[in-house]
Design a protein around this ligand. Structure first.
Ligand code: FES
Length: 216
């Protein structure tokens, strides 16, 4: 048990007292904060955790995690970004990762989509000033399962963010990465180069020192 936890979820400060050590982050998000975008299913609970990893330089580290496996005590001092923090249809402000997956047919029933969005967002924002390669993106989706869309449209849509997509000569390539949906994604990538919005890291957490966990 810990006396209190200080963390942020989607830019909002949360001070939580008397947290039970058995709670996992997914239950906390869904049941306590009523953020039900993250689902219990392999990879559908993916969220992005950021924390200050060097107080001198102010460097921020990012990690995609399965919220169902993370004790809520472990996020003291972290900024948690869930799919609700990126955008929503009700606010008419979908994030570019969400738009990309929707417009390129990378979702059917949608159960896995919040996790896919968060894996993609985590990958395209983890390197502060550069985009991932196509290979990075393939690896980022390792833990995300989808039962109905099929992985090829999802990966092809995600790869439109890759920094090396221009190196692929689609017309001549016999690369196994090329698929029937890739031609649409390839041309889409050239027409849609809008910047990727990042959820800012809270200043208050730059100086916060997480407390020790005491097991009773
Ligand atoms: S879209 Fe249905 S599980 Fe992936």
């Amino acid at each position: 048990m810990v006396d209190h936890l200080l963390f942020y979820v989607n830019g909002k400060e949360i001070l939580e007292r008397n947290v039970e050590s058995e709670w996992n982050l997914l239950c906390y998000l869904r049941n306590k904060l009523r953020l039900t975008g993250s689902k219990l299913g392999c990879g559908a609970c993916t969220v992005l955790i950021s924390r200050c990893i060097n107080r001198n330089s102010g460097e921020i580290g990012h990690r995609r995690i399965n919220a169902c496996l993370a004790p809520v005590c472990s996020i003291d001092g972290c900024h948690v970004v869930t799919v609700e923090g990126l955008g929503s249809t009700s606010k008419s402000n979908l994030h570019s990762t969400q738009i990309r997956l929707a417009e390129l047919f990378a979702s059917q029933c949608g159960f896995c989509t919040p996790g896919m969005v968060m894996s993609l967002y985590g990958t395209v924002t983890s390197k502060n000033n550069s985009l991932p390669t196509m290979e990075d993106i393939e690896e980022a989706f390792d833990g995300n399962l989808c039962r109905c869309t099929g992985y090829r449209p999802i990966l092809d849509a995600a790869k439109t963010f890759a920094c090396d997509i221009n190196k692929l000569d689609y017309q001549k390539s016999s690369s196994p990465r090329v698929s029937t949906t890739f031609d649409k994604c390839f041309s889409y990538a050239h027409q849609n180069t809008s910047p990727i919005n990042r959820v800012p890291f809270p200043d208050k957490l730059r100086d916060y020192i997480p407390q020790s966990i005491h097991i009773k």
